[in-house]
Design a protein around this ligand. Structure first.
Ligand code: SDX
Length: 429
């Protein structure tokens, strides 16, 4: 098949520049612009709105049609049929595990859930009102100070064990951040519990009495982790890839992803949604806030709405909304004020010309906070939950990049600053 081409004519250049056009297995074609520098040109794309930063086989998003596939499997099917650990295996290895592989992977992860006792000293240094994301950034980066035996990124076995450690230890570290905040003792993980049961156990059990995890809540937690597991080249995943491209160790790369995720425009949105619903306070104040969200002079935005890629419903938001209804019903929570505000806000926004014209729909963060709050997880922990769920996605992209040829990420710029000028002595300024 002949190579597809693009031809770029530039004023001032004698001949058009011929560029290769590559086709994926699905989705938009890409124009290979690497030869532009030879013609003294850069592309210009702040925020990477139109830039494919890499080739990947992990996740595909069709934003116009609200489609999300992990290794070809629709997110709705994974969320309703798979476990989070099956999804982790799929993201990392490209295929769903068979029964033997599933059992082995669960055994490996279960037996890496403890953290080095020295890590506990880090927590003692934080004040009780330290934001759990600040703690998570720090302690995940610090893991590389403990696991020297698996830091050779060119060694596939090292990469695998680091991946297993990160997936296994994130819930333990997350629960430790919560226990530190409420002044309760840390709970050690238990090998007789599933991944999400173990997390809820470490969050809510105490040494004083037996604690039985509600299986409905454990299933909801597992589904929430799946819905956050990966999302193509989003800001935090791109950060992980960029950190990895310099050869940084996997723990440092994941810590950089956690830092990027924290922002309210990204993973911090779930916490911001709950704070927004609290600020709105009642259904009859919704119109006031919708008007503010539409006002160009007001920095307020409807948190949990809009997306760089989805210009249709975020398929994860649909599953999250269904799970929300299930969890609240299971807990006997009938008239949750925040859920009532969220549902009414969604109705109003989806009928409003501004949101229709700008294709703003609820995203993954819009309903997740309501479920997390119903499960008993405090607002400050919401982005920590997101980070725990996103860890396999970050690792899969890091591993995919490290498994083949890659270059250090080093974008250029459009320079509009001062051109060369000579130094002026202070007495002459
Ligand atoms: C996540 O990338 C990913 O995949 C991320 C994520 C993942 O799984 O990794 O899906 C997770 O981060 C979901 C998004 C969570 N963030 C929020 O809910 C915060 C609120 N949303 C916005 O900040 C915004 O929608 C973004 C950041 C999500 C997307 O921003 P873009 O793509 O840069 O779009 P934009 O800011 O250029 O907005 C386009 C227009 C603008 O108006 P104009 O300048 O064209 O006149 O829509 C407006 C914006 O002002 N707009 C909003 C809005 N979101 C966009 N107006 C009001 N409320 C909003 N929420």
């Amino acid at each position: 098949m002949t190579q597809k081409k693009a031809h770029l004519t530039v004023d001032g250049l004698d001949n058009p520049i011929e560029l290769d056009v590559f086709e994926g297995s699905t989705g938009p074609d890409v124009v290979d612009v690497r030869s532009l520098t030879a013609n003294g040109l850069f592309t210009y794309d702040p925020g990477f709105v139109s830039t494919a930063s890499c080739e990947s086989k992990i996740t595909y998003i069709d934003g116009a049609n609200g489609v999300l596939l992990h290794r070809g499997y629709p997110i709705e099917q994974l969320a309703n049929e798979a476990s989070f650990l099956e999804t982790c295996f799929l993201l990392m290895n490209g295929e769903l595990p068979n029964a033997e592989e599933k059992a082995e992977f669960e055994h490996i992860i279960t037996n890496h859930t403890m953290v080095n006792e020295g890590i506990m000293q880090f927590f003692k240094g934080f004040q009780h009102d330290a934001h759990p994301m600040a703690i998570l950034c720090s302690v995940v980066g610090a893991l590389s100070a403990f696991y020297h035996d698996s830091l050779d990124i060119s060694n596939e076995t090292h990469r695998k064990i680091s991946a297993h450690r990160l997936i296994a230890k994130m819930p333990t570290l997350a629960a430790m951040a919560y226990k530190h905040a409420i002044g309760q003792p840390f709970m050690y993980p238990r090998n007789d519990l599933s991944y999400s049961e173990n997390f809820l156990y470490m969050m809510f059990a105490t040494p004083c009495e037996d604690y039985k995890v509600n299986p409905v809540l454990a299933k909801a937690m597992d589904k929430i982790f799946i819905l956050h597991a990966d999302h193509e080249q989003n800001a935090s995943t791109s950060t992980v890839r960029l950190s990895g491209s310099s050869g940084a160790n996997p723990f440092a790369c994941i810590a950089s992803g956690i830092a990027a995720l924290w922002g309210p425009a990204h993973g911090g949105a779930n916490e911001a949604v709950l704070n927004m619903l609290n600020e709105i306070g009642s259904v009859d104040r919704i119109d006031e806030f919708v008007a503010r969200a539409k006002d160009k002079n007001d920095p307020f935005r409807l948190m949990g709405f809009g997306h760089r890629v989805y210009k249709n419903f975020d398929p994860r938001a649909k599953v999250m909304k269904e799970t929300c209804d299930q969890v609240l019903a299971e807990l006997g929570i009938e008239n949750d004020e925040q859920l009532a505000i969220a549902k009414r806000l969604e109705e109003i926004a989806l009928q409003d010309e501004y949101f229709i014209e700008k294709k703003l729909y609820p995203n993954v963060d819009f309903y997740s906070g309501i479920i997390l709050k119903a499960i008993g997880i405090p607002v400050e922990m919401f982005t920590v939950i997101f980070a725990t769920g996103r860890t396999p996605g970050w690792i899969a992209h890091w591993h995919e990049m490290m498994s083949g040829p890659y270059k250090i990420g080093r974008p250029r710029q459009l320079y509009t600053g001062e051109t060369k000028r000579d130094f002026v002595k202070v007495e002459d300024r």
